[in-house]
Every structure is written in structure tokens, then in C-alpha cells.
Design a protein around this ligand. Structure first.
Ligand SMILES: [Zn+2]
Length: 260
């Protein structure tokens, strides 16, 4: 049976330098599994939450396949993306995405980074992604595309240090999401549920737009104003899909815990 986050917090050298509610670590694990279930993550991809009591810290799992996450896989990092406590477990190479966005966006309390296959085509063409339906209304704000080659030339495409993370954070600006050329995207939110919902609906929007493009006739996407109005409704109602997604992954979590 996996050790619970509560068992591991508070002790010298434990995972959390600043103890958090065990439910938050559990929600990070649940959200990781939700994103895997909903095509946002495969073996790769990660998400984080800003520490509720320490805005200069954030929480994410150790480097692992997100579909296998448990609460006791959560680690605490500072905004330079270094571990806040003694930590020997492997960390995500691209954790700098999170630290650097939190530095530039005090309004952001959760970040999802995805390599969703459906979104990749929109990172490669000059035509921007458009909002296809009300649930992906935030897309109507216009999502920037980060090209790592602009500042760093030819690289392995990974945001694997602070300078690259800062460049991505600057490209994101004040937007709810940012596409990444030949790589994926990031979605951000005021809380974990908002960031997860935006990540999921970025993928869904991409799939619908690809389908719409196969039909005859021009596309009439949501306008910026329609997007703004619909996004407010979506954010207020995010609890409903969250509870559905959560119920689906909890079954797997209980089965996996039984095997451990
Ligand atoms: Zn990546």
C-alpha cells in the first residue's frame, strides 16, 4: 500500500518543506490521471499547483508517467524549480516551465504542460487555432505560439532551463494557454480545475477544428466577445466535469493502490 501524503509531510527531509493539506497532493495525483485519461498526457506531460501558503513554491509529482501518480509522488519546488526539501527522486526536465510562469503570472495557481497529438498541427502552421465551441471559449482570446528556435536556435525542443522557461512565460503573456512549435502547449488557470479543464478543451477544440476544416465552406468561430462571455460560465461550472473525471480515475487509483 502506498504511503499517504499525510504520512510523509512534516518530517525532517520529507517531501514537503511546507506541509500542505493531504487532499491537495491527492488532487494533484487525480488531476495527473485525469489528463492521461483525457488524451492530454501520454507517458509524458505534467501539471503543477502553486503552494497555497507559499506563493514562492509549487507542487508537482516527481518525474513519472502521470497516469500512475499517487499523492506521495508529489514534490515541492521553489520558483527556480529546485527542490524545496531534500529530494533524491528524479524531477521533470521541463519543470522550469512551471517555475518561470509562476514568477511572471501571480494570478496563475496551476499549470498543465501537454504534448497532445491533436494540438501539434496548430503549432506548425501560421494560421492560429480558433475557438470552435463554447466549452473551449478561452481559445477565442487568441493563443500565442512559442517557437523555441527564436531565441535559442536549434535545440532538443525541451524547455529544460530557466532561460527557456522565461522565454515561454513571456510568450504566454496574460493568455490562458500557449502553443509550442513542434512540441505541445501549456494551459494555465487560477486553480487546478481551471487549468485541467483548459488543457482538456484545448485538445478537444483542436480535434473539432481539424474536423471542421475537412468540411466544405468557411468556418465561423466564436468571436472574442462570445469567448469572453462563455468562458465566465465555464469557469463557474467547472466543478461538474471535474467530479465526473475524478470519479472515473478514482476507481483505477484504488485498484492500483491495492496492487502496490
Ligand atoms: Zn514538453
Amino acid at each position: 500500500m502506498a504511503m499517504s501524503a499525510a504520512d510523509r509531510s512534516g518530517g525532517a527531509g520529507g517531501w514537503s518543506a511546507t506541509p500542505v493539506e493531504p487532499q491537495l497532493a491527492q488532487d494533484i495525483a487525480i488531476a495527473s490521471r485525469i489528463c492521461a485519461m483525457e488524451n492530454v498526457f501520454d507517458g509524458f506531460g505534467h501539471l503543477s499547483v502553486r503552494h497555497p501558503d507559499r506563493p514562492d513554491r509549487f507542487l508537482m509529482t516527481k518525474s513519472m508517467a502521470p497516469a500512475l501518480a499517487f499523492a506521495d509522488d508529489v514534490v515541492e519546488l521553489d520558483l527556480d524549480s529546485n527542490p524545496a526539501a531534500d529530494e533524491r527522486r528524479p524531477l521533470f526536465l521541463e519543470r522550469f516551465i512551471h517555475g518561470e510562469i509562476y514568477k511572471r503570472r501571480p494570478d496563475v495557481h496551476s499549470i498543465v504542460h501537454s504534448h497532445a497529438y491533436s494540438v501539434i498541427p496548430f503549432t506548425l502552421v501560421e494560421r492560429p487555432m480558433q475557438a470552435m465551441f463554447h466549452t473551449a471559449a478561452f481559445v477565442a482570446e487568441g493563443l500565442p505560439v512559442f517557437d523555441i528556435a527564436d531565441e535559442f536556435g536549434e535545440t532538443d525542443m525541451l524547455v529544460s532551463d530557466r532561460a527557456k522557461g522565461d522565454a515561454l512565460a513571456r510568450c504566454l503573456g496574460q493568455k490562458p494557454a500557449c502553443l509550442m512549435r513542434g512540441h505541445g502547449f501549456v494551459a494555465v488557470g487560477a486553480n487546478l480545475k481551471h487549468a485541467v479543464a483548459r488543457a482538456i478543451y484545448t485538445d478537444v477544440n483542436a480535434r473539432i477544428e481539424l474536423q471542421a476544416n475537412s468540411l466544405d465552406g468557411s468556418i465561423k468561430p466564436l468571436s472574442a466577445e462570445e469567448g469572453k462571455l462563455a468562458d465566465a460560465v465555464n469557469l463557474a461550472g467547472v466543478g461538474r466535469p471535474w467530479e465526473l473525471w475524478k470519479s472515473r480515475v478514482l476507481r483505477d487509483m484504488q485498484t492500483d493502490a491495492g496492487k502496490a
